[in-house]
Design a protein around this ligand. Structure first.
Ligand SMILES: C[S@@+](CC[C@H](N)C(=O)[O-])C[C@H]1O[C@@H](n2cnc3c(N)ncnc32)[C@H](O)[C@@H]1O
Length: 210
């Protein structure tokens, strides 16, 4: 059974607290990986301050690789692929309902149907105050999203955060994690994502919030 809302309880509370407390005024926010538009997207819609802009990017097309469909990786990509059109329609309706019912919030919502790697290159440096990465969880695409996020984030103050990664850490990264004193979780892979973040950003950002 594939959940339509993938902002799991526990995680959702942290996400809500983060967006609420990090920004006191209107911001430009970017979400990569929207799915049904009722998980993380709803959190941003409900918490962004009036006058904010939210840009939603998702191809809403099948994206499982051959290995994803044939190997047991603990995640049902095949079923997700079958639901991509439903997910797109759900997002469209959710955004439309929000705009109808909460016009008073004055949010501008731009929904882009594209792969992040094809669309992000068109966006200007420093364009966003908040970036949430939850698109294709394969290493090359996550890396691409993180590198773009680094370019796109407001360097005075910005928050980049995201979901996990479908890859078992390599020996090299395990060694790196030990030297950085970061624990790698083989189950959730979340810590591995943090590690890749840290590795890519090093000291170029003043702080990282997860
Ligand atoms: C885990 S789901 C997102 C869950 C959502 N954020 C939530 O909280 O419910 C991953 C989404 O990433 C999208 N996706 C897949 N490949 C992508 C890509 N190359 N660029 C952007 N999004 C992608 C999928 O279509 C899917 O909707």
């Amino acid at each position: 059974m594939i959940a339509q809302n993938q902002a799991w309880q526990g995680r959702a509370e942290v996400m809500e607290l983060l967006i609420k407390s990090a920004f006191s005024g209107p911001i430009n926010a970017l979400e990569i990986g929207v799915w049904f538009g009722i998980g993380s997207t709803n959190i941003w819609l409900n918490q962004l301050k009036p006058g904010s802009t939210l840009c939603l990017v998702d191809p809403w097309r099948p994206y499982a690789s051959k290995e994803d469909s044939t190997e047991d990786i603990g995640y049902d990509y095949k079923h997700m692929d079958d639901l991509s059109t439903d997910a797109f329609l759900s997002t469209y309706l959710n955004v439309k309902r929000f705009q109808n019912e909460r016009a008073d919030r004055g949010l501008r919502i731009n929904t882009i149907r594209a792969e992040a790697k094809d669309f992000l290159p068109f966006l200007k440096d420093n364009a966003f105050d908040f970036i949430y990465i939850d698109g294709d969880h394969k290493y090359e695409n996550v890396k691409n999203d993180i590198l773009h996020a680094k370019r796109l984030i407001n360097k005075k103050f910005g928050v980049i955060c995201g979901d996990d990664l479908d890859k078992v850490p390599t020996d090299e990264l395990v060694e790196l994690s030990k030297s950085l004193k970061i624990e790698i979780s083989y189950e959730g892979m979340v810590s591995y994502f943090i590690l890749v973040f840290y590795w890519r950003f090093r000291k170029s950002l003043r702080r990282l919030i997860w």
